[in-house]
Design a binder for this molecule. Structure first.
Ligand SMILES: Cc1ncc(COP(=O)(O)O)c(C=O)c1O
Length: 441
C-alpha cells in the first residue's frame, strides 16, 4: 500500500503502510503517559505511585469464587449467553440501591449497564460531540476522559479548580468567552468526589451553583463518580444527580468499590438520552458481559458488600495517612492536596522543576509517579504530579516518598548549580512549556 502524503490526516508514521488512510479522529489516539509508565513501573523493584489500580487483594476472594460457582450452577446458560443492551434488570435494581447511598432516586428503566464507566464516557461523547464542539472539564482532569474527548475531536476547555473543586465564577467566565467566539458547548465533565487526579471534593454549595449555571446555559452535566463511596472521614456531599434529573448524566462503576476486572459500570440518564445510550451501547458491544453482571449481582446479593467497601475505606485511609505523613516529613516545603477519600494526592513542585522531564530520573531511582501533563489537554501541568496511594503498602509508600524526595532534591541542586552559571535556560528551554500551544494532540 502506498502512502498518500497529501492526505490531511497525519496520524501514524511513514513506516506504517496505512499512513495517510486513517480517519481524522485517529489523530486523537496517542499512548498516554500513564500507559507508557505501566510497563516500566510494573517492575517489582520500582515503587509505583503512578497507577490508579485498586487494591483487589483486600477483596474476599472466597466469596467471589462462590459467586462464580453459584452463577454457573444456577444460571450457567443465561450467564454465558448474549444479554440485553441495557443490562440485566436485577443488576440495574441493585445499582439503584447503591446510588441511593448518594441521595439519588431514579428508575430502573433509566440505568444502562456499560463496560466500565470508561465506556459510558465514550457513549455519551459519541452521542453529543461533533468535531470542534467544546467539552468543559476541570483543570486537571481524568486522563482517560481527555483521551475519549480527543478521539471524538472535541475541543477540550479546562477550568481552574481550588481545594473546594471547580470554581463556578471561572466556569461562567469561560462559558461567556467561548460563546463570544461562536463555540458550541455540549457538556461539562466533572468528577465531584475525590477528584482524579486533584484529590479534592466539590462543595455542596458549588454543586448547586454549577448546576444552576449549566441549567441556564443549556449545558449538560456529565457527573463521573467512581470514588464517591470510598470516603475516609465522612461521606461527601450528595451527588449532583440527586437534585437535578433532566440536566445530568451520572456515571458509576464497580471498578473501585469491587473490582475493575469485571468491567461493569453504568450510566443513569434522563429518559430521552437513556434511549439513545442503549442504542449506542448495542451498536458498540451488543450487550455488556452477561457473565460479569450475573457474578456481580450474585456477589451483591449474597455478601455484605457495604462492609467490604468499609474495609477498602480502612485500607485506603491508612495509605493516605502514610503518604501525607511521608510528604510532611520528607518534602515539607512542597504543596499538596489532602484528599478525604479516593486514591490520589496532587503535588505542586517548586517552580522550575519539571515533572515530565524528571520522570526518567525518578524511575532510575526506583519510584514512579504520573506527571501533571497527563491530565491536561494542551501541555500544562509540568509543575505538578499525581501520587496514588491506592496500591502500594504503607511501607512501600514511605520508601517511595523518600526516593522521590531525593530525586526532587537532586533536581533542585542541579537547578541551583545551573542558575549560578546562568546556563539553566538554554539547557531546559526545549522542554519547558510556558504558554500552552493552542492544540497539541
Ligand atoms: C474518574 C474516572 N472515571 C472513569 C474511570 C474508568 O473506570 P472504569 O471504566 O473502570 O469504570 C476511572 C478509572 O480510573 C476514573 O478515575
Amino acid at each position: 500500500m502506498t502512502s498518500h502524503h497529501s492526505s490531511p490526516v497525519n496520524s501514524g508514521t511513514n513506516l506504517d503502510p496505512w499512513f495517510g488512510h486513517y480517519a481524522a479522529r485517529a489523530a486523537g489516539l496517542s499512548a498516554s503517559e500513564v500507559r507508557a509508565l505501566f510497563a516500566v513501573a510494573s517492575r517489582p523493584e520500582v515503587v509505583s505511585l503512578a497507577g490508579g489500580m485498586p487494591f483487589v487483594s483486600a477483596l474476599p476472594s472466597e466469596l467471589i469464587r462462590q459467586s462464580f460457582e453459584r452463577v454457573m450452577t444456577e444460571s450457567g446458560p443465561q450467564a454465558l449467553q448474549y444479554g440485553s443492551g441495557q443490562g440485566t434488570p436485577e443488576l440495574r435494581e441493585q445499582i439503584l440501591e447503591i446510588m441511593a447511598l448518594e441521595g439519588i432516586r431514579g428508575s430502573v428503566d433509566d440505568v444502562v449497564v456499560t463496560t466500565g464507566s470508561q465506556q459510558g464516557l465514550d457513549l455519551v461523547t459519541k452521542l453529543f460531540i461533533n468535531p470542534g464542539d467544546v467539552v468543559l472539564a476541570e483543570a486537571p482532569s481524568y486522563v482517560g476522559a481527555i483521551g475519549v474527548f480527543r478521539s471524538y475531536q472535541a475541543e477540550i476547555s479546562q477550568i481552574t479548580m481550588d481545594e473546594f473543586g471547580l470554581i463556578p465564577a471561572a466556569l461562567c467566565e469561560r462559558i461567556t468567552a467561548l460563546k463570544s467566539v461562536g463555540k458550541t458547548i455540549k457538556f461539562l465533565y466533572t468528577i465531584p468526589n475525590f477528584h482524579n487526579p486533584a484529590g479534592v471534593t466539590l462543595t455542596w454549595e458549588r454543586r448547586l451553583e454549577i448546576l444552576e449555571i449549566c441549567r441556564s446555559e443549556s449545558i449538560l452535566v456529565l457527573e463521573d463518580n467512581p470514588y464517591g463511596l470510598l470516603y475516609f472521614d465522612g461521606p461527601p456531599p450528595q451527588a449532583m444527580r440527586s437534585v437535578e434529573t433532566e440536566g445530568v448524566v451520572y456515571l458509576g462503576s464497580f471498578s473501585k468499590t469491587l473490582a475493575p476486572g469485571f468491567r461493569i459500570g453504568w450510566a443513569l440518564a434522563p429518559h430521552a438520552i437513556r434511549e439513545k445510550l442503549i442504542l449506542a451501547n448495542e451498536s458498540a458491544i451488543l450487550s455488556p458481559s452477561s457473565f460479569s453482571q450475573f457474578v456481580v449481582s450474585e456477589y451483591l446479593r449474597s455478601s455484605d458488600w457495604k462492609a467490604q467497601i468499609n474495609t477498602f475505606r480502612g485500607v485506603y485511609r491508612e495509605r493516605r495517612d502514610a503518604m501525607l505523613a511521608a510528604l510532611d516529613e520528607n518534602l515539607p516545603d512542597l504543596r499538596w492536596t489532602v484528599p478525604s477519600g479516593g486514591f490520589y494526592v496532587w503535588v505542586t513542585l517548586p517552580e522550575q522543576i519539571d515533572s515530565k522531564s524528571m520522570l526518567p530520573r525518578a524511575v532510575k531511582e526506583l519510584v514512579a509517579y504520573t506527571p501533571g501533563t497527563a491530565f491536561f489537554a494542551h501541555g500544562e501541568g509540568r509543575q505538578s504530579m499525581r501520587l496514588s496511594f491506592c496500591y502500594p503498602t504503607t511501607d512501600a509508600i514511605r520508601l517511595g516518598i523518600r526516593r522521590l524526595s531525593s530525586v526532587i532534591n537532586g533536581e533542585r541542586e542541579l537547578l541551583n548549580t545551573f542558575a549560578l552559571t546562568g546556563s539553566f535556560a538554554s539547557i531546559r528551554g526545549n522542554d519547558k512549556v510556558t504558554t500552552p500551544p493552542p492544540n497539541v494532540n
